[in-house]
Write a protein that binds this ligand. Structure first.
Ligand code: HEC
Length: 139
């Protein structure tokens, strides 16, 4: 009769296989927290709302990469601006970006080609997320 040894399986080797991914996971979580991944800027919810609304609504004109080359942009004059332009990024406040999104171009002295999105007025997560998304094109 022989006793089961570690390499034959059983609870101890199973635990040994588990602790490595657990430790790795913990290390990754700490790293993200240390780099401010969770705490800096808008919440995760706001970011995903921003990503979602930008992809569904804004990219049609502003383009997936924010350079103003969306499908509908060909018909627009003036064209949507290139969001990677550092000078523009520096010249505009977050509040102004939010106001333009909600009120549209015409109300803000810009082109009627930029539609109003009045339904986002009471959706601070979407507005924060969109500003974050627009700012991200500059990096
Ligand atoms: C139908 C096309 C279209 C859609 C959809 C659209 N935009 Fe625009 N947007 C424009 C155009 C055109 C301009 C440029 C207006 C100008 O320069 O006079 C503009 C300008 C802007 C500006 C001002 C930039 C500047 O020059 O100061 C912001 C901010 C902006 N859009 C954000 C958004 C966001 C966010 C969305 C989605 C919620 C969106 N836009 C959807 C066409 C569009």
């Amino acid at each position: 009769m022989s006793f089961p040894r570690a390499r034959d399986g059983g609870i101890i080797p199973a635990m040994e296989r588990l602790w490595k991914p657990i430790l790795l996971g913990a290390a990754c979580t700490l790293l993200v927290a240390a780099c401010g991944g969770e705490d800096s800027g808008p919440s995760k919810v706001a970011r995903s709302r921003g990503e979602q609304v930008f992809a569904e609504t804004c990219s049609t004109c502003h383009g997936k990469t924010g350079i103003g080359d969306g499908l509908a942009a060909a018909a627009l004059d003036p064209k949507p601006r290139n969001y990677t332009d550092a000078a523009w990024q520096a010249s505009v406040t977050d509040d102004r970006i939010k106001e333009i999104i909600v009120k549209g171009g015409e109300a803000m002295g810009l082109s009627v080609g930029m539609p109003a999105h009045a339904h986002l007025k009471n959706d601070p997560d979407a507005l924060e997320g969109l500003v974050w998304k627009i700012r991200s094109f500059a990096e």
